[in-house]
Design a protein around this ligand. Structure first.
Ligand code: SIN
Length: 315
């Protein structure tokens, strides 16, 4: 059981530009996952299979791509000769995909997402190193008997349920929302500061991805937030199909502008399920006595949207 499958979905890791010194001028999702593997000399003797699942800038991630990714993951994780899977992804919605997979993956093999902040043509391209590290983490995790969904970026292993993009420009762009990484990985593949066990995956399975996506939107609370967008969404839903859920990106510990709060009562009365997260980077929103809307714990608003979709689908 030593093969590793690399599923490509696009992102900046597969991006190219004209000028290596102007790393911000590029197009994401241009190189195939096979080309990404070929660019990493350290992977030459590792038994790898590269499979192109999608080729998207991850800002355009969709339920349809997740369905395809789930289909491939299910197929390869079930193979006895496969030790684990690496997924190359864009950084922008990596937190959502990682959380979704954390909830769905069943079994005990490692699933490692990786990405890059610079395109493959940049002088300081970080994709090859991240891909090398991700493959080594699958090998090492399989040897240590560790399974579950993690992300390997810039020499750190993050739990799939916690990882999030915390910086829009630096190579060291991810954190765990206040939680430490599960380990540091050096460029020889050695781990330090190891936290075990890894968080167990939810094991909900892949069937849920066959369902149509229930509409769940995110509403942010801010100065002057008076619920205008919520009213607009409810009016739109009356013509175009139901709004099933709202995730609130609240202030502080999930608090809401009183203007927004007043309108949310209309939405709840119309059967919309409403959950509260926070727009603050760390600390999340814990449940407290008297909560009107359920709290989303440590999840980012975008991860909470995934969680609410799964909840509405019965998972
Ligand atoms: C993307 O998310 O696909 C583009 C940005 C990135 O990967 O850093």
């Amino acid at each position: 059981m030593q093969n590793i499958v690399i599923l490509g979905t696009g992102g900046t890791i597969a991006g190219t530009g004209q000028d290596p010194e102007r790393s911000w001028q590029y197009k994401a999702a241009q190189l195939s996952v096979a080309q990404l593997v070929d660019a990493v000399p350290e992977l030459r003797h590792v038994p790898l299979e590269a499979v192109q699942v999608a080729q998207v800038d991850s800002k355009d991630m969709s339920w349809a791509v997740w369905r395809e990714l789930g289909r491939e993951l299910q197929k390869h994780l079930a193979r006895e000769d496969v030790a684990g899977v690496v997924i190359t992804h864009g950084t922008d919605t990596l937190d959502e995909t990682a959380y979704l997979l954390h909830r769905l993956v069943d079994g005990d093999k490692p699933v490692v997402l990786t990405a890059a902040m610079r395109p493959a043509t940049a002088l300081d391209a970080d994709g090859p190193g991240n891909l090398r590290d991700a493959v080594r983490v699958v090998q090492e995790a399989a040897q240590r008997g560790l399974g579950g969904v993690v992300a390997v970026l810039h020499g750190r292993i993050w739990a799939g349920a916690q990882v999030r993009k915390a910086c829009s420009s630096e190579l060291d762009a991810f954190d765990g929302g206040g939680k430490p990484p599960l380990a540091l990985v050096d460029d020889q593949g050695q781990w330090s500061n190891v936290v075990t066990p890894w968080p167990a995956s939810g094991g909900a399975g892949w069937q849920v991805l066959a369902s149509p996506l229930p509409r769940v939107e995110i509403i942010t609370s801010h100065a002057d937030a008076d619920g205008w967008l919520v009213e607009a969404a409810l009016a739109h839903a009356r013509q175009n199909g139901p709004l099933k859920g709202l995730v609130l990106a609240g202030t502080g510990h999930g608090t809401l502008h009183k203007g927004l709060e007043a309108v949310l009562a209309h939405a709840a009365a119309q059967g919309v399920t409403i959950w509260r997260s926070s727009r603050v980077a760390r600390g999340g929103v814990g449940s407290r006595e008297g909560d009107v809307f359920a709290a989303c714990g440590d999840l980012t608003p975008a991860q909470a949207r995934v969680a609410l979709v799964l909840y509405l689908l019965g998972v």
